[in-house]
Design a protein around this ligand. Structure first.
Ligand code: BES
Ligand code: ZN
Ligand code: ZN
Length: 499
């Protein structure tokens, strides 16, 4: 997708998009185009009941005397109520209206679209960002789709009086969007193509961005004593892997922030087999690892001034003659033993060893893990929030702020001594499930907490409800959502860069 910026007059071809504040039809930008259309735009707005309310949209085909194929009017709500997130939605909604169909190019006419107290370049760049984020699809396996069902849009033009400043702001945003696309591609990829080895290869390919990438195979993991992770992968024909991506953009010697991701490339449940209905969803059980990978790519692409290391545990959870059994006891890299009562509670087993490795090898001050860890978090928070569990108030506050700013909201969940007690085992140091289903997300978090070292500020983000979008949102098409990339990137930008 080509995104361009200019101050030139409206192009004569393609579609034009105009955001309009509520009852803002007299603004300079709109009025000029309306005049050029011979009053067609105001007539169409009237006939279509378009007043500029937030979220309204009107697609006008053959707009009167204008030579363009379409004019799209977007409601921007009350002047004064605009935020950067709302600006992104305007961009995204525009693309949603025309992405599949004949339109090849769309130009946003933004002259006069501004708000007191908001930098114009920021506002216009975020419209472009929202548009870019929505202009994504995963069509690689469709061979018989009709042309009109596939995207033909290949150009987004921004027409702004501050074109060059908008371009400068957009550069960093585009880096993040590209990280989001890497994650969406990974999350949507079927598990016969995306398995630990092929996922690790995708990480290795990111070396071209300046990341240092290393891969551990099963031999190395055995040497390190990672019985917990290896137990999950032992029923699979595919070799388990850990991929480590390092970005050293900060001061030499500064302890890094560690991102840890659950990368179960397919979760059948293992011997504690899941029901067939809906099992296909479990190709996205690598959403945490996907988010970490996309975030590392985004940080590298925009040259973040911070030290960050991303570690992902890549495993396929399969039932097999060699698979681990319910009741097996495994020894984790930390030395703690685990009674595996349910082989479907495998994510925590994978994360335990990756978290231990992260802390021993990289001594992070802060460690944040992301995982599609529990169905229970969907019962609690639906598909609206990621669940946040943490041992540190300040880290929670920072993540919450970073999340809100980019529209990837988090909700803090309880994690107490009582939850910890619920995973005590009769025969080992802990068990991997508690007795009932009560508080399933909190007991999973309590399990992870047992692998966090003294002094490490840690947060666990359960993203089972948000890694996949069943329904499109303005800036997120259906499918792998890319949730977490913008959040992690913004957290680093806001709290680890800048001095
Ligand atoms: N990958 C699942 C959790 C999940 C469920 C992610 C739905 C996305 C959508 C996880 O490995 C799992 O199976 N968890 C079990 C835990 C239980 C056995 C304690 C669950 O949530 O049912
Ligand atoms: Zn599972
Ligand atoms: Zn799982």
């Amino acid at each position: 997708m080509n995104v361009t910026f200019s101050k030139a007059a409206a192009p004569k071809t393609g579609a034009l998009a105009i955001p309009v504040f509520e009852r803002g039809m007299k603004s300079k930008g709109f009025a000029a185009l309306d005049k050029a259309s011979g009053g067609h735009l105001t007539r169409a707005a009237k006939a279509g009941d378009f007043t500029g309310k937030q979220g309204q949209k009107l697609v006008i085909t053959s707009p009167g005397k204008l030579p363009n194929s379409h004019v799209i009017l977007l409601g921007a709500g009350k002047a004064g109520d605009l935020s950067l997130l709302k600006a992104e939605d305007i961009g995204g909604r525009t693309i949603a209206a025309i992405y599949r169909g004949p339109v090849k190019a769309v130009t946003f006419m933004l002259e006069g679209f501004e708000q007191d107290g908001m930098e114009m370049a920021q506002l216009h760049a975020h419209i472009a960002y929202g548009a870019r984020l929505r202009a994504y699809s995963f069509d690689k396996y469709r061979t018989t789709a009709k042309k009109e069902d596939l995207p033909s849009l290949n150009k987004i033009a921004i027409n702004s009086p501050e074109a060059s400043a908008v371009r400068a702001v957009f550069e960093d945003l585009e880096a993040v969007a590209e990280g989001v696309f890497i994650t969406r591609d990974l999350v949507s990829e079927p598990a016969n193509f995306l398995y630990p080895e092929s996922f690790a290869q995708t990480c290795r390919d990111l070396e071209s961005l300046g990341l240092k990438v290393s891969i551990l195979g099963e031999k190395e993991m055995e040497k390190l004593g990672m019985g917990s992770l290896l137990g999950v992968g032992q029923g699979s024909r595919r070799e388990s892997k850990i991929a480590v991506m390092e970005w050293r953009g900060g001061k030499k010697g500064d302890r890094p922030v560690a991102f840890v991701g659950k990368g179960v490339t397919f979760d059948t449940g293992g011997i504690s087999l899941k029901p067939g209905q809906g099992m296909w969803d479990m190709k996205f059980d690598m959403g945490g690892a996907g988010a970490v990978t996309g975030a590392m790519a985004a940080l590298a692409k925009r040259g973040a001034k911070a030290n960050v290391v991303g570690l992902i545990g890549l495993v396929e959870n399969m039932p097999d003659g060699n698979a681990q059994r319910p009741g097996d006891v495994v020894t984790s890299m930390s030395g703690q033993t685990i009674e595996v009562l349910n082989t479907d509670a495998e994510g925590r087993l994978v994360l335990a060893d990756v978290m231990t490795y992260a802390q021993e090898k990289y001594s992070p001050k802060i460690m944040i893990d992301l995982a599609t860890l529990t169905g229970a978090i969907i019962i609690s928070l639906a598909h609206e929030f990621g669940g946040m569990f943490s041992n540190d108030e300040d880290l929670c506050a920072a993540l919450d702020e970073a999340a809100k700013e980019v529209g990837e909201d988090l909700w803090r969940m309880p994690l107490t001594k009582a939850h910890d007690k619920m995973i005590d085992s009769d025969i080992a140091d802990m068990k991997n499930i508690s007795n009932g289903r009560a508080g399933g997300s909190s007991t999973a978090a309590a399990f992870l907490k047992r692998f966090v070292k003294e002094g490490v500020e840690w947060a666990h983000l359960d993203i089972a409800g948000v890694a996949w979008a069943d329904k499109a949102k303005p800036t997120v098409p259906k499918g792998g959502s890319g949730y977490g990339v913008r959040l992690l990137d913004n957290y680093i930008r806001r709290f680890h860069e800048g001095e």
